[in-house]
Design a protein around this ligand. Structure first.
Ligand code: FAD
Ligand code: UDP
Length: 373
């Protein structure tokens, strides 16, 4: 390894969190950062690339950018132009496609009824809801809101396939990510700001770290360099905490995915960006990202997602066993801060976070660092 100048910040992970911290550190404090990543690219799980037929694909699953907060959107807008994020998803059940999240149209089509007003659907569902005193898990949550038929057709088997765990044993926040609507909004997410970076995510995050005060070392794991590079100010770690602490309290469980890509000489292959398969097939969803990247080409690429317990860590598994284990790691994380090592991001904090949420957390962490050092 060639000699590397001692950086102010050592940033482990070139995902959204790593890039935001490096950018802010350079712009506001003139700090020099070294970002390392064990992968051969920047942008973390948001990474996209152009395949051999010229189609931009999302290598680690579809990334639908939406912002809860205008100020976070304004910040990210410094690094990209946007196009509209037309995220429309359908679920295939017994050969028919239904809008998902569940909305009035889904309910009408599934129950073969007309609901003129939201209140009509609400009254109808009231008779189907299976109420629980305490909503303890994902099963209780859907049964209490939508009843048994919808639960069994749209949620139960998808969740078992996706997580390898019965919804009874998963926190309610998991299925609770999906809105339940009494209007006809066809979009996958509720946020008003739904956008796609015009030239992709890799371009966005590469633009973020263009400052000469930021260096990048790819194909490099933290373990390989931690004894050789001691930052002057702090280390920001965005990888899994159990790996960092040498599995002192055991392994945290993660759910992973295997992606299979297929390119066809066809303008469009399916009718919307994502089709979910709750009850058939080994894959959970089929994604044709061209619907949202709006690329013009004679070709299009579909990716199939096969959930797996092995592979890169993608989804923290929110159940009692893992929460208990992570709480122990949290104590070590607190102590590490005293030694100027900070944990942030979806992997490092073992939380099911979206891009806008981790970007906001990274901005907040930088503000803490700015005051402390
Ligand atoms: P990551 O993006 O995970 O980046 C961490 C980086 O650290 C990785 O590149 C990794 O290689 C590197 N690293 C880890 N450990 C080490 C180590 N020891 N040494 C060196 N490098 C290391 N969010 C949305 O807003 N909308 C979506 O539609 C959406 N869809 C998603 C679909 C899937 C399948 C997945 C998995 C996530 C999705 N997300 C989505 C979430 C989004 O990917 C994350 O919020 C975001 O990538 C988190 O950023 P991060 O910087 O915390 O971590
Ligand atoms: N889900 C489901 N049926 C669907 C879509 C989602 O049961 O058609 C449940 C499933 O448990 C999933 C969770 O809702 O893991 C969250 O879905 P989301 O689409 O937000 O997951 P992600 O895009 O993060 O994989």
């Amino acid at each position: 390894m060639k000699k590397i100048e001692r950086p102010d910040l050592l940033i482990v992970g070139a995902g959204p969190v790593g890039c935001v911290i490096a950018e802010r550190a350079a712009a506001v404090k003139k700090w020099k950062s070294l970002i390392i990543d064990k992968r051969n690219h920047v942008a973390g799980n948001c990474y996209d690339e152009v395949n051999n037929k010229g189609i931009r694909v999302h290598k680690y699953g579809p990334h639908y950018m939406r912002f809860k907060k205008k100020k976070v959107f304004n910040y990210v807008s410094n690094f990209t132009k946007w196009i509209k994020g037309d995220y429309v998803v359908k679920s295939k059940i017994k050969g028919k496609l239904y809008p998902i999240p569940i909305n009035l149209t889904t309910l009408e089509k599934f129950f073969k009824k007309k609901f003129k007003k939201p209140i009509d659907a609400k009254k109808f569902l009231k008779k189907l809801q299976i109420k629980k005193k305490i909503i303890k898990n994902s099963e209780d949550y859907i049964l209490s809101k939508l009843g048994k038929d919808i639960y069994e057709n749209f949620y139960k088997n998808y969740t078992i396939k996706q997580w390898g765990i019965h919804p009874k044993n998963l926190d309610k926040s998991i299925v609770g990510r999906l809105p339940i609507r009494f209007n006809r909004d066809p979009y996958y997410v509720n946020q008003k700001i739904k956008v796609m970076p015009k030239n992709g995510y890799t371009n966005l995050f590469s633009n973020m770290i263009k400052d000469p005060k930021i260096s990048l070392l790819l194909n490099t794991s933290y373990n390989k360099i931690k004894k050789k590079i001691k930052p002057k100010i702090a280390t920001i770690y965005t990888g899994p905490p159990d790996v960092f602490f040498n599995f002192r309290y055991g392994k945290l469980d993660w759910r992973s995915l295997k992606f299979q890509f297929q390119t066809k000489k066809k303008e469009k292959i399916q009718e919307c960006v994502q089709i979910n398969f709750p009850n058939e097939k080994k894959y959970t969803r089929k994604v044709e990202i061209k619907h949202v990247t709006k690329q013009k080409s004679k070709f299009s690429t579909i990716s199939y997602e096969f959930p797996n317990s092995k592979g890169d860590p993608y989804y923290p598994i929110n159940n009692l066993k893992n929460r208990t284990k992570f709480n122990k790691y949290k104590q070590l994380i607190k102590k590490a801060e005293k030694n100027n090592i900070f944990f942030e991001g979806r992997l490092a904090t073992y939380r099911y976070l979206n891009m806008d949420e981790v970007i906001e957390k990274a901005l907040n962490l930088f503000n803490r660092l700015k005051l402390r050092y």
